[in-house]
Design a protein around this ligand. Sequence first.
Ligand code: PRP
Ligand code: URA
Length: 211
Amino acid sequence: MGQVTVMDHPLIQHKLTIIRQTTTGTKDFREVVSEIAMLMAYEVTRDMPLEDVVIETPLVKSVQKQLSGKKVAIIPILRAGLGMVDGFLAMLPAAKVGHVGLYRDEETFEPHEYFVKLPADIAERQLFVVDPMLATGGSAVAAIEALVRRGAKSDNIKFICLVAAPEGVKVLKDTYPEVEIITAALDERLNEQGYILPGLGDAGDRLFGTK
Ligand code: PRP
Ligand code: URA
């Protein structure tokens, strides 16, 4: 059963408070989202398997550790997920990046898919799906469906967001219980327009300055 982890690291919480504020402009919003993503990448890779490797230091032969197991792909949900990619790549520079483009209908909140481009070996990879916001859960579920339809294994997927609403967590857990959800905050609820309260507003618009 997938679990929900709230990353309550003080640096993450402090930075989240910065991006929640209306007074934080596009430049700072973008930078701090990237910093939070980097800290989250550090934490979500904590359970990556290691194997022994024999190396030679300048002095002796020695058995040390290196990463083993599945290669990684980072999958941002466009647009806002793009803001988390650089932070993840700072920790996982060799990861591949796949893109899932979705927009949410403003009235029905239904997600609409407009672009999917994934690494060819998606079935063999550990996948980190990144999107700052988990609101109704429609986009997260649609993105994971898009991946599974193209051969990804849902138990290789972790969903990583900055702010989650309880409603979205429930929808994602009910649909894909095997997908672990990692968030920097679990907020109170959605408003009538499907925005998370207290939230941070429209993540895509704040990242790209489109409103
Ligand atoms: C936002 C956000 C998520 C989605 C969350 O994207 O980045 O993808 O809404 O809402 P949900 O859980 O109710 O589906 P949006 O559709 O606004 O597109 P954008 O990233 O291009 O702005
Ligand atoms: N998408 C956002 O960008 N923000 C919300 O609060 C909900 C959905």
